[in-house]
Design a protein around this ligand. Structure first.
Ligand SMILES: [Zn+2]
Ligand SMILES: [Zn+2]
Length: 332
């Protein structure tokens, strides 16, 4: 059963819609662009476009994570859970996705870079690459040009799409096409080169803390669990949004893509599993639209808003909902 609100058609990379409020809230970056799907999956799948970097990175992360059963400690488990939530929910869902990609709220520059930096520590690529790929996903969802649609295969949408560059050999042109606003920012380009050094630094810090705290066993346990197992489990949770949430689940809205709401993905990916809602209203920072669609990242955003750290949060679907919320706030 669908909620009786028509879903907007979304072709803009930042996810604006035909809804006047959403376009207005988007600002100057929201002008309509010509449909541009290149490179397609077929274009990308060639030997010279293989990303050895991504394959090596993901292979090492998975191999080290496999040693987790032999290096378990309760201390490392606790640190892993905290870092999982920080990098997965606050970093990827809030920072990379709802803030950077879709500009679903406004905040101070320092706060924006804080969430961007912890998002980078989720190991899912630099902010520029992630945002560009995800905006292209929205612009071409389950059509030609989508970087990771299950229509090209379930495993492709989950994982193997990362084996090839999403650009076609010219990364700069790709980033300028899909993330022009971020590419102009010097800070984002600095983070772009800090991806690997930042991960090496965090690994070293975890090792050092473990060694000083209890010695070599905890040092290794913290590196394996809080670094590598945490990376791998956050990665698969995010990847499930791309694969599972485009194949299985229910739909609240009739969208032009295959997006679904999937409760399992909503749990493991911190609210991102309400993916049909998100494709219908991409800029909306609140992904759960029915009362029981719990979205823990939205709770974090609400808390930040209560402390005045974020504002102009897009928590409405259309002009009428925006007005109703403003009136409710005024009379409160
Ligand atoms: Zn999607
Ligand atoms: Zn999105």
């Amino acid at each position: 059963m669908s909620i009786a609100v028509p879903a907007p058609t979304s072709t803009d990379p930042q996810g604006s819609s035909k809804d006047d409020v959403q376009v207005e809230a988007q600002g100057s970056g929201g002008q309509k662009r010509k449909k541009d799907v290149a490179p397609t999956t077929e274009d990308r799948k060639r030997f010279s476009n293989v990303s050895y970097w991504a394959i090596g990175w993901l292979a090492i992360a998975h191999l080290v994570a496999l040693t987790a059963p032999f290096t378990f400690t309760w201390e490392a488990l606790a640190v892993t859970l905290v870092l999982h939530w920080m990098t997965g929910s606050l970093g990827i869902c809030l920072g990379y996705h709802r803030l950077l990609t879709h500009t679903g709220m406004k905040t101070y520059s320092g706060v924006r870079y804080f969430f961007t930096t912890i998002g980078m520590l989720a190991g899912e690529g630099t902010p520029l690459d992630w945002v560009a790929d995800h905006r292209k996903h929205h612009a071409c969802s389950d059509q030609e040009g989508d970087p990771h649609t299950p229509r090209d295969g379930g495993w492709w949408s989950h994982l193997t799409w990362l084996a090839y560059h999403t650009h076609n050999g010219d990364r700069k042109a790709y980033l300028q096409r899909w993330a022009p606003d971020l590419y102009k920012e010097k800070g984002m380009r600095v983070l772009d080169v800090l991806f690997l050094p930042a991960h090496i630094a965090v690994t070293g810090i975890l090792f050092g803390i473990g060694y000083i705290w209890q010695g070599m066993d905890l040092a290794i346990s913290l590196v394996v669990w809080a670094m590598f197992l945490r990376l791998v489990t956050v990665l698969h949770a995010t990847w499930m949004v791309n694969s599972v949430s485009h194949m299985w689940g229910y739909r609240n809205y009739e969208t032009t893509d295959d997006s679904r709401n999937n409760w399992l993905v909503a749990i493991v990916a911190y609210g991102e599993g309400w993916h049909n809602n998100h494709h219908a209203y991409p800029r909306m920072a609140k992904h759960g639209h029915r009362w029981w669609e719990f979205d823990i990242t939205w709770q974090a955003i609400r808390l930040l808003r209560a402390f005045g750290l974020v504002w102009d949060v897009v928590d409405y679907r259309n002009a009428a909902e925006k007005k109703a919320a403003e009136q409710a706030n005024a009379s409160a």
